[in-house]
Design a protein around this ligand. Structure first.
Ligand code: ADP
Ligand code: ZN
Ligand code: ZN
Length: 764
């Protein structure tokens, strides 16, 4: 390997030729113009004040017009002739606008998660108002009634027909809309402007925002908080009034009434003129959730989600910026809503994977929320029935304040859970999808007209397709993943969308014994039809919910009692409340257990608890049957006992033994390249750089198995990965900061895509 000199990377506090700072300034902060960056010199007197986010005044363009802009980055290097660079004139006083805050958040994303500043800014900046808002223009009289009468008489004499028509109507109605004046009275816009200029009329415009909640109604407050809820609401209020700014972890079992608590907390800060952001995993952002908030806060709420049109999104942002909307509800990206007066950020289901972005910057909404709240002087509330190991450990060591709710609200109690060993079923000769116990319980519920939810952590008709003769698994030619069999007789890649016809003949040994294995929702549905021909079934998975609103419609139908059984993947386990569901069946609990991943125990526990939590949320007691091949795994036994504490104890012990987050930190470097040998070389080069850079250090950053990613090829790009581990997050971030500029600029890395991920959600 070549002895490339990366020594400049090791220079951490090195001296610089000239101690001059340059600021990158954007003049137009709209989403579209963010990459138009101008460099300015930072005068010595302003060094302390010029940081990312501040608004500055700069001489701009040929005429050096005094123009305001935002500083997005500071550096010591410049790409231009230093003598020609102009200087920042001054920092705009009191420039802590929402934009400033969001730029600081972008700077945080860049530093914490590793990405370009432009990518970070695009993440936090709301879309520009390209869409024209619908406007309504109203016309009223600008003169007294007497004067208007005189005018009318004189116009009549002059036979000004259109004007007469117009003025008569205006006198009659008080105000009229512009459309009416133009279309019915036949006045032109020019005429109207003239009348306005003469002071005869006033014209005023009002922006009409789209109202997405037409069918919702504000309700009188109906529930009375129970003791646990009341304690939390009061504790928050007390601390809020004292001016405390905290991160709280609300750990409340499923059905304990966390939403009521959120509503109470929001009310506290609204009374004080502040705004709140509520994050919800996209998948549970349904009309049910939104309705609960709407019923309490009415038009004060704004919803932001990915299926909105640009116009709707921009309307929502405008209402938030104007302070017309004070409660923002949305998925991950709603975290960047332009709230000027932020008082509280709530993250519901804080353990959910959806809070981690899967595109660069790969930020986690939890950490980012805490940072944003810090800037705004706001508090953060994280809520979950199964808190992430990260959050719970921070609550344990006092970093977060822990609130606990152990009881279900109202009269409901937690369901009884049975574990069924599928190995025993197999030995008994039961080849069906359902264990005897689950089958019997389903039969009973169907008779009693109670509802059933069946949960399968898989989609498609079956899993992979393989040859029974030679054992080869049929894979996607562009990705290193097995293809999935669908009932329409086609094989599909869920990563790149590649499709091909299923063939019984093995592509390698030509034997005719290629078949599909595993269990999918389609196969279970077929089995249900066979075993319970009378039952009405709704199947929900990625394939049946592709259409807009399909997800909501299906849940609504199930909630209305249109079906006896709701069968589905992950998407059915979150946040829905069906009082008539008394049985939940988890068909194969281990499916999520065998991912080669340090979080798979945690993920399985969470899924089981959430799924089990759907049962018995009404007056009737619920039951849960967990079918599994690993009945002794702690993730399964602790979930069956509803014991987060026991689970946490074992999981934490495992993480600390293995040195995984939160006990240590991981920095992932993902290398993607169309040329495999180039990718391999890159991994070796980076590994060497890391080793060289810490030659003189004792407590070195550990480099784990450099090599192939779990998915070694994706969309024809070879994927290699390097894991760096250290107890101390700062050490890894510092290393990243030193690697980043070299990886970006050094010609050896041209043509290779390099991404960072800090404390990943899964292995690459
Ligand atoms: P979680 O989010 O903790 O799973 P929810 O907020 O969905 O729980 O509440 C579960 C159910 O309990 C809901 O139907 C809710 O209306 C009801 N509930 C919540 N608080 C109370 C209360 N204080 N009294 C009676 N019912 C309540
Ligand atoms: Zn074969
Ligand atoms: Zn593919």
């Amino acid at each position: 390997m070549e002895s490339t000199d990366f020594c400049y990377m090791t220079e951490r506090t090195g001296k610089h030729m000239k101690d001059i700072l340059y600021a990158d300034v954007v003049i137009d902060i709209s989403h579209e113009a963010l990459d138009k960056v101008f460099q300015y010199r930072v005068p010595f007197s302003l060094r302390e004040k010029v940081i990312p986010g501040v608004r500055v005044c700069v001489p701009f363009g040929r005429g050096n017009r005094e123009t305001e802009g935002y500083v997005i980055a500071i550096g010591r290097e410049t790409d231009y002739d230093p003598d020609k660079i102009k200087e920042i004139s001054y920092v705009v006083p009191g420039s802590l606008s929402v934009e400033s805050q969001l730029i600081q958040v972008a700077d945080f994303l860049k530093k914490q998660y590793g990405s370009s500043m432009i990518a970070a800014l695009r993440t936090v900046m709301p879309v520009k108002n390209k869409v024209r808002h619908k406007e309504e223009m109203t016309i009223s009289l600008g003169i007294s009634l007497e004067q208007a009468q005189q005018l009318l008489t004189s116009w009549e004499k002059k036979h000004y027909c259109a004007r007469v028509r117009f003025l008569k109507r205006l006198l009659e109605k008080g105000t009229i809309l512009k459309e009416e004046a133009v279309k019915e009275c036949k006045l032109s816009m020019k005429d109207l402007r003239k009348l306005e200029h003469e002071g005869i009329i006033h014209m005023s415009t009002k922006v009409l925002y789209r109202n997405p909640f037409q069918d919702f109604r504000v309700m009188e407050q109906s529930v009375c908080l129970n003791e646990e809820q009341q304690y939390i609401a009061e504790d928050f209020q007390k601390r809020y009034l004292r001016g405390e700014q905290n991160t709280y972890l609300l750990y409340g079992v499923t059905g304990s009434g966390k939403t009521e608590v959120y509503l109470a907390l929001i009310q506290t800060i609204l009374r004080d003129g502040k705004q709140a952001i509520v994050l919800i995993p996209e998948i549970s952002l349904t009309y049910q959730t939104v309705r609960r908030f709407y019923e309490r806060f009415g038009d004060q709420i704004a919803v932001i989600h990915s299926r909105m049109s640009m116009g709707e999104k921009s309307d929502a942002c405008e209402r938030i910026r104007q302070g017309d909307a004070n409660v923002v509800i949305g998925a991950r990206s709603a975290l960047f809503a332009p709230t000027k007066n932020l008082g509280l950020i709530i993250i519901d289901e804080e353990h959910d994977n959806a809070y981690k972005s899967d595109t660069s910057p790969k930020y986690h909404a939890r950490e980012t929320a805490i940072f944003r709240a810090g800037l705004a002087g706001a508090s953060v509330v994280l809520g979950s029935a199964t808190p992430s190991v990260e959050s719970f450990s921070r609550a344990q060591n006092g970093e977060y304040i822990l609130w606990t709710m152990k009881k279900r609200a109202g009269d409901a109690s937690l369901p009884d859970v049975l574990i069924e060993d599928l190995r025993e079923e197999f030995q008994k000769g039961n080849r069906s999808v359902f264990s005897e116990v689950l089958y019997a319980k389903m039969e009973e519920r169907l008779k009693k007209k109670e509802q059933i939810m069946l949960f399968l952590n898989r989609r498609g008709f079956a899993g992979f397709v393989s040859c029974r003769n030679c054992g080869i698994v049929v894979k996607c030619p562009h990705c290193d993943v097995s293809l999935t069999y669908h009932r329409n007789g086609r094989l599909r890649c869920h990563y790149c969308g590649y499709e091909t016809a299923f063939s019984r003949q093995c592509p390698v040994c030509k034997s005719p014994h290629v078949a599909a294995f595993g269990l999918g929702t389609e196969k279970v549905e077929a089995a249900l039809h066979q075993e319970f021909p009378e039952a009405k079934i709704i199947r929900m998975d990625m394939d049946t919910t592709r259409r807009k609103n399909a997800h909501q419609q299906m849940l609504k139908a199930f909630s209305a009692g249109d079906a006896d059984i709701l069968l589905g993947t992950q998407m059915i386990v979150k946040g829905h409340d069906y009082p008539n569901v008394t049985l939940v069946g988890i068909l194969a609990a281990d499916l999520s257990l065998h991912g080669q991943d340090f979080r798979s125990g945690e993920r399985t526990f969470q899924l089981l608890c959430q799924a089990a939590g759907r049962a018995g949320r009404g007056q009737k007691k619920g039951e849960v049957v967990i079918q599994t091949y690993s009945p002794d795994h702690y993730a399964i036994t602790t979930a069956a006992e509803h014991s987060y504490d026991l689970f946490y104890e074992q999981e934490y012990a495992y993480r600390s033994l293995m040195g995984y987050p939160p006990c240590a930190h991981l920095l992932v470097i993902l290398i993607q390249c169309a040329d495999e040998s180039q990718a391999v070389l890159t991994v070796m080069r980076i590994q060497k750089m890391v080793q060289q850079s810490q030659q003189d250090e004792l407590d070195t950053v550990q480099i784990l198995n450099p090599g192939e990613a779990v998915i070694s090829k994706l969309k024809d790009m070879y994927r290699k990965v390097l894991y760096l581990k250290h107890k101390d997050a700062e050490r890894l971030l510092d290393l990243k900061d030193r690697l980043e500029p070299v990886l970006e600029k050094h010609p050896l890395f041209a043509g290779v895509q390099i991404q960072f991920d800090f404390d990943p959600m899964n292995f690459y």
